[in-house]
Design a protein around this ligand. Sequence first.
Ligand SMILES: NC(=O)c1ccc[n+]([C@@H]2O[C@H](COP(=O)([O-])OP(=O)(O)OC[C@H]3O[C@@H](n4cnc5c(N)ncnc54)[C@H](O)[C@@H]3O)[C@@H](O)[C@H]2O)c1
Length: 359
Amino acid sequence: MNEISFAVLGTGGIGRRTLEVSQYRDGLIPVAVCDRGGIAVDHDGLDVGELLDATEGNVASGPDEVDDDQDTVTDGGVSTDAGGVKQTGEGAGVVASEQGRPTETPIDDIIAKSDRIDAVLIALPNLEHDFIPRVADRFAEAGYEGVLIDVLKRSRVIGLLDERAETLEDAGITFVCGAGATPGFLTGAAALAAQSFVEVDEVEIWWGVGLRSGYEDNRGTVREDIAHLDGYDIETARALSDEEIEAIVAEHGGVIEFNDMEHADDVLLERAGVCDVEDVTVGGVLDVRTDEKPTTTTVSVTGTTFDGERGTNTFRLDDDTSMAANVNGPALGYLKTGVRRNRAGEYGVFGPAELMPRF
Ligand SMILES: NC(=O)c1ccc[n+]([C@@H]2O[C@H](COP(=O)([O-])OP(=O)(O)OC[C@H]3O[C@@H](n4cnc5c(N)ncnc54)[C@H](O)[C@@H]3O)[C@@H](O)[C@H]2O)c1
């Protein structure tokens, strides 16, 4: 396969690791990145090492300058004080890199350069359900013809993307949705595990994530997970200040269990014909005190074979593989598959249970 130039929208906990993992994959050239305050573009390939060093512990999760008395709502939720973000350089995020420059229109600036970009990985927070679908609209309106891929989690967003399938198809865009770990890797594993059966009764996904770097370095992920707790939803989670999130994490002793999560594995498995939405359950445990997983990540698919046997096929991740590895390895694998499909003229919306990620 020829080289693939790609961009990353959002260089937080996930986006930074996407760039890092891409260094270990053949043929992937990171040419553009942005966060909420800056952009860096080099069509010959960005210096990822420099970019990662400059943004280490220095993610632009909130606006650059915030009046201490005034909460500012952003796509990543409410940030009360830019001082809450660890900073190691001049400015937070991409602008701290010598390759970066400040901008107030980061996504539009990437779109303006997108005719030379094969694939765009969207690692933005999705606290407004239509945020990522609206980003897709902007690429389509600008005449982008390439791959868009996201690692979003919520079931209802897939419907919003499906509504746009025709527009994306007409534009020549191949959109791979929900292509992180769960949904993503584990959804794909469930689709494979289901192949033994003629009837699938149940798919159970149970994840364990240990993130010693905690909320500070994984703001979108932790905030969006909190929206699944009793008493919270996406709107209330979006309105929480950083301090309130830290307090919720502390109330749980740093270990939070989630049950019956609205994870798009369900709709993605249904649209791939594996089972019905209601047959899928997703839950897990997040531990922000340690990098060790609090529980083993498993996907169990229970069904009946053609010859009448009932059984459960189980796919298990090693406890030593991190969330960063299990989100970004598959996301880049699905990105490569997306580019292959795009170059073959297949456009529209695809899920991880319909594709096999490539190396
Ligand atoms: N599918 C999976 O398995 C999986 C796993 C983990 C995280 N995720 C998802 O990945 C996403 C990112 O999570 P994270 O922890 O990296 O978040 P984060 O808060 O650490 O980073 C978000 C990044 O997006 C940037 N950003 C926010 N709004 C922007 C805007 N309007 N324009 C440009 N840039 C903007 C921020 O500056 C930051 O760089 C979340 O939606 C999370 O749910 C998915």
